[in-house]
Design a binder for this molecule. Sequence first.
Ligand SMILES: C[S@@+](CC[C@H](N)C(=O)[O-])C[C@H]1O[C@@H](n2cnc3c(N)ncnc32)[C@H](O)[C@@H]1O
Length: 220
Amino acid sequence: MVVTHRGAQAVGRCLEFGCGTGHLTRALVDRLSIADLALNDLVGDCEPHVMARLPAGQRARFHAGPVERLDPEGTFDLIASASVVQWIPDHRCLLRDLSNRLEPGGWIALSGFGQDQFGELQALGSSASAPGYRNAGDWAAMVPQGMALMATRQIQTRMYFPTVRAVLRHLRETGVNGNAQGGWSRARLQKFEQDYDAQFGTAQGLPLTYDAVWMLARKI
Ligand SMILES: C[S@@+](CC[C@H](N)C(=O)[O-])C[C@H]1O[C@@H](n2cnc3c(N)ncnc32)[C@H](O)[C@@H]1O
């Protein structure tokens, strides 16, 4: 989306927050020439993993800590993030803050998840959830004055699993929600398994819905 709407011209300074082990980082450096890359994640241990994904000669620095309290020097031409904003409850405040760190004409590119994320778990009353699920159509109201929403996208996909335990293992292993099974008694887990099967079981297996959302905004 960044390349489609912004174009593939070189980027001066780019900030990626919540870079994790660098899936989006790699996609960015593969598609764009970035003179100076500031990388951030809450978890400092991500640094060696993300740095290992960079091509030789890529200028980059890593800053550990929550993006809400990050204070990298200067302003950016592109601020990007994948699968992080669902953990940040106040998107209006986040975008205002990010906008202040953008050069005029600079871009913000974010992905997160919509209201139907893990719809099956929500319907079963599971606490496996994040505070910031937001549909594509709701991002316009989050964009501060001085920025224009350029594009959004929302795509639901379903994964299928043979058992409820496999669903829970998937959640734990992806780190999407480490609490999904936390502290459950045997009886509670059994009831959850029965309800999941009864309400959502299909010939393909048990579905788990991912509701991915992307947004792209530009500072005027
Ligand atoms: C689902 S992972 C996504 C990682 C990477 N962006 C990717 O697409 O592979 C979410 C990442 O966001 C980080 N994170 C969560 N809250 C954050 C915050 N407030 N500030 C910075 N990073 C945060 C987590 O540590 C984790 O690495």
